[in-house]
Design a protein around this ligand. Structure first.
Ligand SMILES: *[C@@H]1O[C@H](CO)[C@@H](O)[C@H](O)[C@H]1NC(C)=O
Length: 537
């Protein structure tokens, strides 16, 4: 090559490096070895994170405390298992504590109850009908009475629930929907009806299933938006009636084993409208034919589900993506992160990891909504998770496309936990970042209350006060994920750099079911660190 060509090549190289480095967002390694690959992840109101895998896979990389082994004569690998398959991450120290789970939580589901307890249901084999609870506690070092999993002995699910979806309801109970060979719904606390047949789930089943882990969103009218395969219904769960059939979403199946992801955009205004966005998925047949190279789909459908005649508005993401996670940011924008660009869900079935997160800016016009962000370096494919943290970062855990833990094959079992910081956490935005200095600990429906913030630069526009639920993230969908933008007054100055904002709590449980929420003040797109508030009746 001539000298000129080398110079050109060098120039291109510099441009390439710069563009990558200039993309918004930063990555950090939080925990080099969590000991387990998290399949299910949930953030508690004590700023701890429950990480949960499955049980019957032999050794993890984290031992249980001494003398706490699990004895299970039916376990295929270890009849005496002294390894943890669930751990607790303490966000204040980034330390990991082993937890003890007994029955198999493989492809199970969960949801926080109004008192902050995580209800966790189903799974496979001995866990398929289980109810479990985790009552979070304050982590104190060397404390003897640390919280752990409880497996309920007095009740069980009416049907086995493997790959089902849970959603907390306006009255604080939980609906558990679907699962493999269980096209029905049931409730916690259990209702007299037991499992109620839900024919929609059978109607959308195909040769490779595609109706598992349905996308469920509680609409502000109190009904459920349930999406499976490529169809959706508005479902009145109290009378077991389908109220509305939505048009087909083109572009192939979107649920397990072909899952993209789904969110309900932030509820705002008078809460009369709700919009669902579903992005990515596998090409039909990739699972059936076990082809790991089939390109994933890169389209998103967006529908205003509460309109009389709703239609899907289609748009393409910058990348095709299977197994992406859609995370509601405190601002109302959506982060799409993790996943692969080819293949499908299942063991050893995907390739070409998608390392680039993208931001979906809900308020931009179509065509301008996506922004490509700074890529990560760790493939996060099957069995990985993404959760919003109270400080606005996104916790990224797991990835294990193998049946057992395997650190040698391509896309090895991933034990590292990372955090992704969206651009709103950049240092040059620190002077507009609000600090929530005053907020009630509990708020009742419809109640007026004040939030007091401090901020370095003068406030020039409305400071939003947005409440975010803590969902149960698994299989690229966050069960119970919800963001509500509260009605607020403009910020009234109260001393230097201090402002008082009048807020109104959600009107009722259909807008936001009871429970703990992260309350963020958001100033010009920059969120505060959240405070946890319990929303009560
Ligand atoms: C993805 O879905 C869109 C929308 O229906 C469709 O036009 C496109 O052909 C699909 N792409 C692939 C790769 O399947």
């Amino acid at each position: 090559m001539s000298n000129m060509n080398w110079k050109l090549l060098f120039l291109f190289f510099i441009i390439f490096i710069r563009t990558r480095a200039d993309l918004p967002g930063t990555w950090e390694l939080l925990v080099p070895d969590a000991g387990i690959a998290s399949m299910h992840t949930a953030v508690t109101h004590f700023n701890t994170v429950i990480l949960l895998d499955r049980t019957n896979i032999g050794p993890s990389r984290k031992l249980l405390p001494p003398h706490r082994c699990r004895h299970d004569p039916t376990d295929p690998v270890l009849k005496k298992d002294c390894y943890a398959h669930s751990v607790l991450l303490d966000l204040s120290t980034n330390s990991i504590r082993p937890l003890m789970i007994l029955t198999d939580t493989w492809c199970s589901s969960g949801q926080f109850l109004p008192d902050g307890t995580l209800l966790q249901t189903g799974g496979a084999l001995d866990g398929v009908k289980k109810f479990r609870k985790f009552i979070p506690c304050i982590e104190t070092p060397n404390s003897a009475s640390l919280c752990d999993w409880q497996e309920l002995q007095d009740i069980e699910l009416s049907q086995g629930r493997w790959y089902s979806t849970n959603q907390i309801l306006p009255d604080g109970s939980v609906i558990i929907i679907g699962g493999r060979a269980s096209p029905s719904v049931e409730f916690y606390p259990p209702r007299k009806t037991g499992a109620v047949n839900f024919p929609f789930l059978s109607q959308v089943e195909d040769k490779q299933m595609d109706n598992l882990y349905p996308y469920v969103h509680l609409l502000p009218n109190g009904h459920l938006f349930v999406f499976a395969n490529n169809k959706a219904v508005m479902y009145d769960y109290n009378s077991n009636l389908v109220i509305k059939d939505y048009p087909v979403l083109e572009g192939g199946p979107r649920n397990y084993p072909s899952a993209g992801s789904s969110v309900m955009l932030a509820l705002t205004g008078d809460y009369s409208s709700a919009t669902i966005v579903i992005c990515g998925g596998a090409t039909y047949g990739a699972y059936l034919q076990r082809t790991i190279d089939t390109p994933a789909n890169g389209s998103c459908g967006r529908i205003e589900a509460t309109r009389p005649d709703p239609v899907w508005e289609m748009e393409n993401m910058p990348f095709a993506r299977i197994m992406g996670d859609m995370v509601m940011l405190p601002t109302g924008d959506v982060l799409i992160i993790n996943g692969a660009q080819a293949g499908t869900q299942g063991f050893e079935l995907a390739s070409d990891p998608c390392l680039y997160p993208v931001l979906y800016r809900r308020d931009q016009p179509i065509g301008l909504r996506f922004m490509t962000l700074n890529p990560g370096t760790v493939p996060r494919m099957y069995h990985s998770t993404a959760n919003l943290l109270p400080d606005g970062r996104i916790l990224i855990a797991g990835s294990n496309p193998h049946y057992f833990y395997n650190f040698k094959r391509a896309f090895p079992t991933e034990l590292r936990i990372e955090a992704f910081s969206p651009e709103y956490l950049a240092a040059d935005k620190a002077n507009i970042r609000p600090v929530l200095v005053e907020l009630p600990e509990k708020i009742a429906y419809g109640e007026s209350f004040d939030a007091v913030v401090t901020v370095e630069l003068p406030v020039v526009e409305v400071v939003e006060v947005n409440i975010a639920s803590a969902p149960f993230a698994t299989h690229s969908f966050s069960q119970g994920q919800r963001l509500v933008k509260l009605p607020v007054t403009s910020a009234v100055p109260e001393g230097p750099g201090k402002y008082r904002i009048g807020c109104t709590a959600p009107t009722d449980g259909r807008v936001a079911p009871p429970g703990y929420y992260m309350v963020f003040a958001v100033n010009q797109g920059v969120p505060s660190i959240a405070r946890w508030v319990q929303l009560i009746s």
